[in-house]
Design a protein around this ligand. Structure first.
Ligand SMILES: [Zn+2]
Length: 285
């Protein structure tokens, strides 16, 4: 994973580097590897623990989501720990053999692990995890809509619509009495978790959007008079992938909540607003 840095080091080491410094680099690399392994294992353990939590709490989402937030902040601390370890422990030792500017690439390994591996993987993991937990919750909660709901007047069984999760009126088809259906807590909660399910379902579009953002971040804004084709192309790719993501996302969501079908255009405009404001500032259109 650190091939980029590792290779360069080896070439330099042959010529100029002292064995003591080489040892420090080796120790540092092995520390980074260990941290990455620990991070990856933590993700696997987190997923198992949270699913257990969901079932044990009889599908109460609050403790599960709270537990996830606390695991997440611990994992982010792991990323920060890598940086402080370099600054406080590794760097002072390396400075015994090298100048400050000569060990910048060693410090960059910490930033790489934190930003490009830990934080990035955590972002995606969250979409997947919340999506999986929410799907499992949905499958559990939606069963309550299949339970018998009877007319208060004639006791006939009333069929409920499977996509209305809030309280509503239903007329009895036998005696025409208007009944009020009051969903239990689990059914009501479906409304709040379909966002997670929808996001997880369109993770392919999410990946493409993130990739376009990453590519954009790696391009320097052109100075006046410079060719801006690369920059505007990257902007366009961001626009396309972001629009595609939000469109698919809102469409998926409206499969669960049909009353959202009519607001897809409007919801997309809201989501894209900040993008167009940014583009207006940068490119003036
Ligand atoms: Zn009736």
């Amino acid at each position: 994973m650190f091939g980029l840095f590792g290779k360069k080091n080896k070439e330099e080491q042959v010529k100029v580097e002292s064995p003591e410094f080489m040892q420090l680099v080796e120790k540092w690399d092995s520390f980074l590897n260990k941290m990455e392994t620990r991070f990856n294992e933590s993700l696997v353990n987190a997923e198992e623990a949270l699913f257990d939590n969901l079932v044990e709490s009889d599908y109460d989402l609050t403790p599960t989501m709270t537990a996830w937030q606390s695991i997440k902040s611990q994992l982010m601390d792991l990323g920060n720990k890598v940086d402080t370890t370099f600054d406080e422990k590794v760097k002072p030792q390396m400075l015994n053999y090298k100048e400050h500017y000569e060990i910048l690439d060693q410090g960059a390994k910490a930033t790489h692990l934190r930003e490009k591996i830990i934080f990035k993987r955590l972002d995606r993991f969250e979409v997947v995890l919340e999506g999986k937990i929410s799907s499992r919750f949905y499958n559990h909660a939606v069963k309550f809509l299949n339970e018998d709901f009877q007319c208060t007047q004639c006791s006939a069984k009333i069929e409920l619509k499977k996509d209305i999760f809030h309280a509503h009126y239903v007329s009895c088809e036998y005696c025409n009495t208007v009944n009020t259906f009051k969903p239990n807590d689990k059914i009501s909660a479906i409304r709040w978790i379909v966002d997670n399910i929808a996001k997880y379902k369109v993770i392919t579009q999410w990946d493409l959007m993130e990739q376009a953002r990453e590519e954009f971040r790696n391009i320097r804004p052109p100075h006046e008079g410079q060719d801006s084709t690369e920059y505007t192309t990257a902007y366009k790719k961001r626009e396309d992938t972001e629009r595609a993501f939000w469109f698919k996302y809102f469409t998926e969501r409206s499969e669960y909540l049909p009353d959202y079908k009519e607001t897809i255009e409007h919801d997309m405009d809201n989501k894209m607003k900040w993008f167009y404001e940014e583009r207006k500032r940068d490119l003036n259109y």
